[in-house]
Design a protein around this ligand. Structure first.
Ligand code: PLP
Length: 362
């Protein structure tokens, strides 16, 4: 790809405005990274075919096949809720169920989308430390009932990295795969922060997915530096049968598909998919290291990807809000969640640490 088009960068740090919000609430507050923007601009130079028949989409799909070292089926949709819902629908009949963690986004934050798009497949939630589903909990859930009155377990959904910023290590994935195989369960992976997990574990996309039994991955581009767009990647190609129709019916078939796929190509060809995640993870570790020793702050979970959850007194939270910090307190098990992104600067993290110190002093 030619490199001559002007690129656009975006900054997480407000410029010259002390009253501006300071964004660490989520990795979807960040802008589009230069590599994605460059390819978006390139895709706009010449017309191309619609509905995914364009060169950009074909090329991006091939790059995914190279990245995952296998001949997977690739689809591009607009957002994570649709990716998860439609991917799960392709693994289940309406009378099936999906085992997931009780904090899973598909359970708590998708407005019933997974059940809706599968015409009723029920989510069976399980507890688990640090946001992780365990093989034991899966086994207990599957074997609890086997009668006709119970929605038959058909899939396990894992979020990698988890909703609380931890990751499933390779041995944990393999242990889950063993149990899933024993009970005929498919494995869906919500990869809203899949790149962060690859970076955090220093593991290959192939090792973290199909080599560990994952049948379908929803890989988020939005949280990795795109403006919008997720890739649904089927390692079991049979599950992908008719998936295009599901996308169309659900309003997820982009007619100008190249504007969804070309930015992905930017991430994949430049390697930014990984460097963006590595940077975000490093910023999260910087934050954790800067606050873990402070009195009045407790790190709620190990920091293994790009999110940091802090237990803070209400007055401390308020002081941070008064200093214009944005963060969520309703995710996971509560606490203040700070999420770093491809464009989070060390200076932003350091100013949060300093403001937190001051809030605790007062
Ligand atoms: C774990 C997880 N899964 C999926 C999503 C995708 O959500 P959306 O439909 O907003 O793109 C998110 C976004 O916050 C998430 O955190």
């Amino acid at each position: 790809m030619p490199n001559s088009v002007p690129t656009t960068t975006s900054s997480a740090t407000p410029v010259d405005d002390p009253g501006a919000p300071r964004f660490l609430a989520s990795d979807n507050t960040s802008g589009i990274c230069p590599e994605a923007m460059e390819y978006l601009v390139q895709a706009n130079q010449v017309d191309d075919l619609a509905y995914g028949n364009d060169r950009w989409t074909a090329k991006a799909s091939d790059r995914f096949r190279e990245l995952f070292e296998t001949d997977c089926e690739v689809f591009f949709v607009f957002n994570g809720t649709a990716a998860n819902s439609l991917a799960l629908a392709s693994t289940c009949q309406s009378y099936h169920s999906v085992i997931c963690h009780q904090l899973a986004h598909i359970e708590t934050d998708e407005c019933g989308g997974p059940e809706f798009f599968s015409n009723g497949s029920k989510l069976l939630t399980v507890a688990g430390d640090n946001g992780r589903v365990t093989p034991e909990r899966i086994a207990t859930t599957v074997t609890r009932r086997g009668d006709i009155h119970y929605p038959r377990p058909r899939a396990v959904s894992l979020t990698q990295a988890t909703e609380v910023g931890t990751v499933y290590a390779l041995d944990e994935l393999h242990a889950i795969h063993d149990v899933a195989d024993q009970h005929g369960l498919r494995i869906h992976m919500d990869g809203a922060r899949f790149a962060n997990a690859c970076a955090g574990l220093d593991a290959s996309p192939a090792d973290l997915t199909w080599r560990a039994g994952v049948d379908v991955l929803c890989f988020s581009g939005t949280k990795n530096g795109l403006g919008f767009g997720e890739a649904v990647i089927f390692f079991d190609r049979e599950l992908a049968e008719d998936f295009g129709y599901r996308c169309k019916q659900a309003g997820q078939l982009a007619s100008k598909m190249r504007f969804l796929s070309a930015p992905w190509l930017g991430l994949l060809e430049s390697g930014a998919w990984l460097s963006n995640a590595q940077h975000a993870n490093a910023m999260a570790r910087r934050l954790a290291a800067g606050v873990e020793a402070l009195d009045g702050v407790r790190l709620m979970f190990p920091v293994q990807a790009n999110s940091v959850f802090l237990e803070l007194a209400p007055a401390t939270q308020q002081a941070l809000r008064d200093s214009h910090w944005t963060f969520y307190t309703f995710i996971g098990e509560g606490g203040a969640r700070f999420v770093c992104s491809w464009n989070t600067t060390p200076a932003l993290i350091d100013s949060l640490i300093e403001d937190l110190r001051q809030a605790l002093r007062s």
